[in-house]
Write a protein that binds this ligand. Structure first.
Ligand code: NAI
Length: 347
């Protein structure tokens, strides 16, 4: 029986992986500590490592894993910005879960929009305190408003469909427009400046790249409608947070729904409720009544966790059978420069 060691494992990981593992039959050891140079030696004697978004897979850690016989790292997430792809290349195979539920993330974006608009988070507290007054809870009809979706991949497309159902006009911007889909979905592609100018709600669904880093900044905010609602369920560094704070202070931005934050590492996914919050930018965000922060939970549905567990274990099956892994992450493949064009058989 192959032995897998899981780092940064939470009770919900164990629940969903144990269920999925019934038909894969691995011996799994769950470790709550994150993978780091200190914890990497624990992988000695295991056949593979399973890691998550905040695990450290920098070159020194990769070296320790390799020297302890690890030849496969199964990432139980889509992102791999924490993996040193050059360090693993030619030594350790890395698999990931490219998609687990676009519905989970799109629906969470809608939850943020709805809660911010109708102030459900405030109403919940008020009625619990027997305060049944309506002052301060005034919202607006979504019907007839204009939403701008930046990035119309899997998640952006699902969101567009939901928002069309609410009767919104949906504008979109994508570096690689999907014109057939847009025509069928009744979505209009427009230049970014036009999307900024016309949208009442702007939701970010593009990846974090050098091109998109800090795309929401003082200059782009200035082009937006007064009182615009910004939703970010993608990656924190798409937004220059200090510029967003300035826009919230001036009223230029009317609402912000943030499931991701540039400096989330160290806070998100952990219970820090008994500690002093030392991040002054995050603390400032919490002072705004029209800001709703969730801790990178958009993906967190039963369906998504089941898909993550099944795909991760299937990636391991493929590796142990010695077959080509469709979900392989490789330094060359990631740059589309694989000379052999044999994804998953790069070495
Ligand atoms: P996807 O790859 O299906 O779609 C991304 C879209 O962005 C593509 O259509 C692509 O052409 C477009 N794009 C790329 N560069 C662009 C640019 N410079 N400007 C505008 N559009 C650009 O990805 P998917 O599955 O829809 O995920 C989107 C993002 O959602 C991911 O990159 C990830 O950061 C985030 N995410 C967040 C989760 C959460 O729990 N909060 C969970 C899963 C994903």
């Amino acid at each position: 029986m192959k032995k897998i060691i899981f780092f940064d494992a939470k009770p919900y990981d164990q629940e969903f992986f144990d269920r999925a593992n019934a038909k894969h039959g691995y011996e799994i050891k769950y470790i709550s500590n994150r993978l780091s140079a200190d914890t990497a030696p624990l992988a000695a004697g295991y056949d593979a490592v399973c890691a998550f978004v905040n695990d450290d897979l920098s070159a020194p850690v990769v070296d320790i894993l390799y020297n302890n016989g690890i030849r496969m790292i199964a990432m139980r997430c889509a992102g791999y910005n924490n993996v040193d792809l050059k360090a693993v290349f030619g030594r350790i195979h890395v698999g990931r879960v490219p998609a687990y539920s676009p519905y989970a993330v799109a629906e969470h974006a809608v939850a943020l929009i709805m809660a911010l608009n109708r102030k459900t988070h405030k109403a919940y507290n008020r009625t619990r305190d027997s305060n049944f007054a309506l002052g301060g809870l005034l919202g607006f009809d979504l019907h007839g408003k204009t939403a701008g979706i930046i990035g119309t991949g899997k998640i952006g497309q699902v969101l567009a469909g939901i928002l069309k159902g609410f009767g919104l006009r949906v504008l979109a911007f994508d570096r690689f427009p999907k014109t057939d889909w847009a025509a069928g979905a009744g979505v209009e592609y427009v230049p970014l400046e036009e999307l900024y100018r016309q949208s009442d709600i702007i939701s970010l669904h593009c990846p974090l790249t050098p091109e998109t880093e800090y795309m929401i900044n003082a200059a782009s905010l200035a082009q937006m409608k007064d009182g615009v609602m910004l939703i970010n369920t993608s990656r924190g560094a798409l937004i220059q947070t200090q510029d967003l704070i300035d826009a919230l202070k001036s009223g230029k931005a009317g609402f912000a729904g943030l499931d991701v934050y540039e400096e989330e590492d160290g806070y998100f996914f952990e219970d820090r409720s008994s500690e002093v919050l030392t991040d002054d930018v995050l603390a400032r965000l919490f002072t705004f009544p029209n800001v709703l922060v969730t801790a990178h939970q958009a993906f967190f549905t039963k369906e998504a966790l089941s898909n993550i567990a099944e795909t991760t274990l299937s990636n391991l099956d493929v590796f142990f059978r010695g077959e080509s892994m469709a979900n392989e992450i490789c330094y060359r493949c990631s740059k589309d420069s694989c000379p052999r064009q044999q994804k998953g058989k790069c070495f």
